[in-house]
Design a protein around this ligand. Structure first.
Ligand code: NAD
Length: 361
């Protein structure tokens, strides 16, 4: 099969769909790989690295689309790319169809095979191609939160780990899923005192088993949250209600219960956020202050660490890419039911009723 890796053209996107290790595996199986020039540069992979493992570098995005049977990307195609997508071409990437009518209509019209990373689901119901980005965001939440606790950026002026003779800072993590556990682990590693809350006893038992003793679990309810916010310096929002908007666990009035300079990091901002005062921000302008409380609500946190994020993403996508390349999409989806869940729009037909319903199609 001929596989194409275009350069991402969405604003501020420096990740790339395949690293040289992936090209190495594909060329070993006699597949051809076309990489658009400089596609990997933002993530630290250069044309020469791809050439060394057998890729052909092409100068334009149009040529990559024109010559490839399967396109591997990170973000959904944007309007400039719509006309490049061809009939029967496989497009394997994050799509998030329900949030864009123009993308949905363009992919229906293209008669391509759209397989969405975010819809691939394993036997336990988890989403293996979304997990690595939650891992990145969870860990990064503490890195960012620690920075914004510094006084010059209007934080409380707290060093999370403390020093000998001075108590460490306190971190409250809402949600003990992928984001929450990774955040708690990072905060604990810095020496902070950590409390993690969830409504799932199963998750709290898991955290209690795997994280150190200075990570304390607490059942999540409004009373408990109101008590904890009074004494914690950094609060991480990492809750998710599958298929729904995030519940508003911290309401506007609660900000007055916090100490000035407390930092809120709402990782769940992409699902509407779990703080009432959340509004999406960008890496260029990541924070804002309401009632002396610092808010960090960047919707694409992994985009700031493209090298790590690209490696984390391509670790999990490559096995599926190999399956698609070796078998073609129909057979690959027959032998791998997890992958088949990713089929979202196939030759003009929408596979998920939710996408049709979103736009009255
Ligand atoms: P997850 O499903 O692994 O975990 C969510 C947890 O929230 C679950 O354990 C669930 O029981 C818990 N929860 C639900 N309601 C709760 C409540 N009322 N109180 C306490 N806990 C509650 O999800 P995840 O992978 O950890 O993702 C969390 C959020 O982070 C999602 O919205 C995801 O889209 C988002 N995310 C954002 C970025 C970003 O860049 N901002 C990156 C990755 C993920």
């Amino acid at each position: 099969m001929k596989i194409g890796i275009p350069k991402e053209i969405k604003n501020n996107e420096s990740r790339v769909g395949m690293i040289p290790a992936g090209v190495f595996e594909l060329t070993k199986k006699n597949h051809g790989v076309f990489v658009q020039t400089t596609a990997g540069e933002g993530s630290g992979f250069f044309d020469k690295d791809y050439i060394d493992v057998g890729a052909v570098i092409l100068p334009t995005i149009a040529e990559v689309y024109a010559k490839s049977d399967m396109i591997i990307k990170v973000k959904e195609p944007i309007a400039l790319e719509y006309p490049l997508v061809r009939e029967n071409q496989i497009i394997f990437t994050y799509f998030h169809f329900a949030s864009s009518e123009s993308l949905t209509k363009a992919m229906i019209a293209s008669k391509s095979i759209c397989i969405a990373y975010e819809m691939v689901e394993d036997e336990e119901g988890t989403l293996p191609l979304l997990t690595p980005m939650s891992e990145v965001a969870g860990r990064m939440a503490i890195q960012q939160g620690a920075k914004y606790l510094e006084k010059p950026i209007k934080g409380r002026g707290i060093l999370l780990g403390g020093v000998p003779g001075v108590a460490p800072g306190k971190v409250l993590v809402l949600g003990a899923g992928v984001v929450g556990v990774q955040a708690a682990k990072m905060a604990a590693g810095l020496g902070a005192h950590v409390t993690i809350m969830d409504i799932s006893m199963k998750r709290l038992r898991y955290v209690n088993d795997v994280l150190p003793n200075h990570v304390v679990t607490a059942f999540s309810n409004e009373y408990a949250i109101r008590q904890h916010i009074k004494t914690h310096d950094l609060i991480i929002g990492g809750v998710l209600v599958k298929g729904g908007k995030a519940p508003k666990l911290i309401t506007r009035d609660m900000l007055n219960e916090m100490r000035p300079g407390t930092v809120l990091v709402d990782v769940a901002v992409d699902q509407g956020g779990c703080f009432e005062t959340t509004r999406p921000t960008t890496h260029e302008d990541p924070t804002y202050i309401i009632d002396d409380i610092v808010h960090y609500c960047v919707a694409n946190m992994p985009g700031a660490v493209p090298h790590t994020s690209t490696l984390a993403l391509t670790n999990v996508t490559l096995p599926f890419i190999l399956k698609l390349a070796n078998n073609g999409w129909e057979k690959a989806c027959e032998i791998d039911l997890c992958l088949s869940k990713g089929l979202s729009i196939v030759k003009g037909k929408v596979c998920y009723e939710e996408i049709n319903e979103a736009f009255n199609l």
